[in-house]
Ligand binder design. Structure first.
Ligand code: C5P
Length: 407
């Protein structure tokens, strides 16, 4: 379930061509269980109709501070008092400048000015032409808005409606949704650096063949996303997978176990948490043919010899950082049977404080899973749920253990 479920958000639209994305955002918010109250400026109505936004939000839209539907005729007060947050998307250059100076000549800016500062956060998604965005006036406004405690989201980069290319596009609806989910997630890993490995590794036999496994990377990617939402700075070292990078996560793609180890060692030096979710190949061919191995028609098969891959988790768990308690290591065990027995044994063997067990064949490639958490004190079962939900729960458990360790 989304952290947004049950929230009441006032979605404000100021004038900009990106307003079409707000229709999609509105729909996505409603789908996530949010009640959405749309407020539009007159300029916004040139780009999107109130009828569209009413149909998508399921609530009448407000466009004027003189709206007679409010018994006390104070829409700006009433609307802002019931909100968990006000999200202005698109926020035009003009609207941001108005916010900064406390302008209040129409309902949306009036409502933002009238919001209780300590209770109703204001989040804005800028949208404008690249020259407008890069103009010192806009950049100064953004800095001052941030200093005022207003959450100014990033802008996207790329083709613009005017035909130019550059910074200033409004984020896509799914990116804004992701930012809002993160906004409402408790920051249990604030100021922590988290390193995650995910996916399979690929061990080449020759330039066109190799050995890999069925890991999809979904669990590791979900953990990276959950850690970022919890406020961590996240680096994700991923084997070959077909997944998009969670927003705000630094991703490093690798192929083989040795490449994964190299990247992990390069980034673990400043990490506070290491979560080894990757299904690292235990063995690799001892040599990699430089050219494709050809059939010679005689029926002879290549004689493959294997060597053991480095154990990334065990290596990191023995590093001075881990041994001194500065780095909290979490291992995974993907088993086909006797999960608890193997998970407990693996925790001891890998010498990690927390080992997470799951049934590999049941979860590889799926969007859901069930986990058992094994530590020195015992076992905690996280029952069957989506990988996203389990990842959030696991991050909560890791944060709890770090806090209790340190404090
Ligand atoms: O030994 P096994 O592969 O079952 O251990 C699983 C755990 O160890 C996982 O956390 C996995 O990411 C990690 N591992 C590793 N390097 C290896 C093998 C496993 O980091 N070569």
């Amino acid at each position: 379930m989304s952290t947004l479920a049950g929230k009441h958000i006032v979605l404000g639209l100021s004038g900009g061509i990106a307003a079409f994305k707000s229709a999609e955002l509105c729909r996505a918010l409603v789908k996530a269980g949010v009640t959405v109250q749309v407020v539009m400026t007159q300029a916004a109505e040139h780009f999107m109709t109130a009828v569209t936004m009413q149909a998508l939000s399921g609530r009448p839209v407000y466009t004027s501070q003189w709206d007679p539907r409010e018994a006390n005729n104070m829409a700006h007060i009433n609307l802002s008092r019931e909100a968990d947050a006000i999200v202005v998307a698109p926020a035009s250059a003009d609207f941001m400048s108005k916010l900064l100076h406390g302008g209040a000549d129409e309902l949306l800016s009036l409502m933002c000015l009238a919001r209780p500062l300590d209770k109703v956060p204001l989040i804005v998604a800028p949208a404008m032409n690249r020259e407008m965005w890069n103009n010192p006036a806009t950049q100064r406004n953004v800095a001052l808005l941030k200093a005022d405690g207003i959450h100014v989201l990033d802008v996207g980069q790329g083709d613009q409606a005017c035909g130019e290319t550059g910074d200033g596009r409004m984020l896509e609806a799914d990116e804004i949704l992701e930012e809002l989910e993160a906004f409402f997630t408790p920051k249990v890993l604030a100021s922590k650096a988290v390193l995650v490995t995910a996916g399979p590794t690929y061990e080449a036999i020759d330039p066109v063949r190799g050995i890999t496994n069925l890991s999809s990377g979904k669990m590791g990617f979900a953990i990276a996303r959950a850690a970022r939402m919890a406020g961590a700075e996240v680096t994700l070292v991923a084997g070959p997978v077909h997944l998009s990078t969670p927003r705000g996560v630094t991703r490093i793609d690798v192929q083989s176990a040795r490449q994964m180890l190299e990247q992990v060692q390069a980034h673990v030096t400043r990490a506070h948490v290491f979560v080894a979710t990757a299904a690292v190949a235990d063995w690799r061919p001892d040599t990699q043919a430089e050219q494709k191995i050809k059939k010679d028609g005689s029926g002879a098969t290549p004689a493959l010899q294997f060597v053991e891959n480095p154990d990334i988790l065990a290596t990191v768990a023995q590093s001075p950082r881990a041994l001194s308690g500065q780095l909290f290591c979490v291992g995974f065990a993907a088993e086909s049977h006797d999960l608890l027995v193997h998970a407990k044994a693996k925790r001891i063997r890998k010498q990690v404080p927390l080992l997470v067990g799951n049934i590999g064949p049941a979860t590889f490639g799926q969007d859901d899973n069930a986990l058992v958490l094994v530590d020195a004190d015992g076992v905690l079962e996280l029952p069957h749920a989506s990988k996203q939900k389990l990842a959030m729960q696991l991050i909560g458990q890791i944060a709890f253990r770090i806090l209790n360790r340190v404090g």
